[in-house]
Design a protein around this ligand. Structure first.
Ligand code: PLP
Length: 423
């Protein structure tokens, strides 16, 4: 995270009463921002997250530099935080929605329905009817049964055939176990849609989410091209869209992924006119933009081992440890904000366990983790907590994930004016 500009903080549509609206004009890291929030409001409710909008802007710029021919459709499921959605909408991103509720939340930001792809290959009838009623007219499918439903409830909807990528990318979340037509199923599925008068405009795939081998994009783009050829062999209208799905991370993996995507597109679609390429990045935009601040609410000393309870856990934001196989990291707020401070660097550390707040022993966030001695009411901060975190938390034991507050920060001042005019 670069330099944060604390002033001004704006309120995005749909987020009410949870934002600090004005902070002092000091600058610093996201941890300084958290410290200043806490100092300003000592009664601050813990836990809370900080969304750094500068990170989002930077990632969008990086996307358009490295993947200039791919229009991003942010995958709302990854983190439906309305400030994030609002910023992405304002900055020109489109959206991948998986359900009626996700479509509603994107439309409520004033986004036009043609900036939404309904990228769920298996939809309930009522959700299809809703998509038809609001003019969301592009969706994915990978079965004949889905074609029947779409024919009945949204016959004008344009279709993307979701295929299973030929190469397993080894991602932490392999989606091919559940979705995607097999190569041998493609001709029948295309034929079935064609016979019912539905317009199959292209192909979609997802190589799997979280740390996959980026070469899988190249293979999947090749497979998409084969589907285009099969469709043309069946006398169908010329296909025009390739949806390369998600699977991107924001670190150096992104450069590698962009390389393989660009190579694949050049090799297989370079000579085709008028092809629209879209992607459905979720993790790429959400992960590094959010930092979670939690409070130590309990402590037990067992010999040299320190055990702490914090107020968020496996049933809350940290469900990503279970569902998304994430490795979370954390540090005491005081030292995260001053990593160079010798008092922090030289402080004795202890093997520590960090528990979540519920009464279930499964609710353990970290084991054998080195931390300095902490006291009740100290703050522990967790970076990179935006992807598949708050989106899938629960209210177990009465700890409501959806009640976690969001505070907004900027890490670049140049965008302040730009974004401010949009909210
Ligand atoms: N598109 C679809 C259809 C998905 O199922 C997912 C994640 O499950 C995504 C996009 C987002 O993937 P990622 O977060 O890896 O970018």
């Amino acid at each position: 995270t670069g330099t944060l500009n604390f002033n001004p903080i704006f309120t995005a549509p749909g987020v009410k009463g949870k934002l600090v609206t004005a902070l002092s004009e000091n600058e610093g890291t996201v941890y300084d921002f958290i410290l200043s929030l806490i100092h300003q409001k000592p009664e601050m409710d813990s836990p809370f997250v900080v969304l750094d909008l500068g990170v989002v802007v930077g990632l969008l710029e990086k996307w358009s530099t490295n993947l200039p021919t791919v229009q991003p459709f942010y995958a709302v499921k990854c983190n439906p935080n309305s400030s994030l959605l609002g910023a992405l909408a304002a900055l020109g991103s489109s959206f991948d929605c998986a359900s009626k509720a996700e479509i509603e939340s994107v439309l409520s930001l004033g986004v036009a329905p043609d900036r939404i792809v309904y990228a769920n290959p298996c939809k309930s009838e009522s959700h299809i009817k809703y998509a038809a009623s609001v003019g969301v007219n592009v969706t994915t499918f990978d079965s004949k049964e889905e074609i029947q439903k779409i024919r009945k409830f949204h016959p004008k909807c344009e279709l993307l055939l979701r295929i299973k990528p030929p190469q397993d990318s080894g991602a932490r979340v392999p989606l091919g176990l559940k979705y995607g037509a097999l190569e041998e199923e493609v001709p029948d599925l295309l034929q079935a849609a064609h016979e019912l008068g539905l317009n199959v405009i292209g192909v979609s795939f997802h190589i799997g989410s979280g740390g996959g081998d980026s070469r899988a994009y190249h293979e999947a783009i090749a497979a998409a091209k084969t589907v285009f050829e099969v469709a043309s062999g069946l006398g169908m209208a010329r296909m025009k869209m390739v949806d390369i799905g998600g699977g991107f991370s924001s670190g150096t993996q992104f450069d590698d992924a962009a390389f393989h995507v660009n190579e694949g597109l050049r090799e297989y679609f370079g000579n085709e006119e008028g092809i629209m390429v879209i992607g459905e990045p979720g993790r790429y935009f959400a992960e590094s933009a959010f930092t979670l601040a939690t409070k130590v609410i309990g402590k037990r000393v067992r010999g040299e081992v320190r055990e702490y309870w914090i107020d968020d856990g496996i049933y809350g934001s940290m469900n990503c440890i279970l569902y998304d196989s994430q490795d979370v990291t954390c540090g005491p707020l005081a030292c995260s904000s001053k990593p160079e401070d010798p008092r922090c660097r030289e402080e004795k550390t202890y093997i520590s366990t960090v528990f979540g707040p519920t009464c279930d022993s499964l609710d353990t966030v970290l084991r054998d983790y080195l931390l300095p001695e902490l006291q009740i009411n100290d703050w522990l901060v967790f970076p990179n907590m935006g992807a598949y975190t708050t989106a899938s938390g629960s209210n177990f034991n009465g700890f409501s994930t959806s009640a976690i507050s969001t505070y907004l920060a900027y890490s670049t001042s140049s965008i302040v004016g730009e974004l401010q005019t949009m909210f």
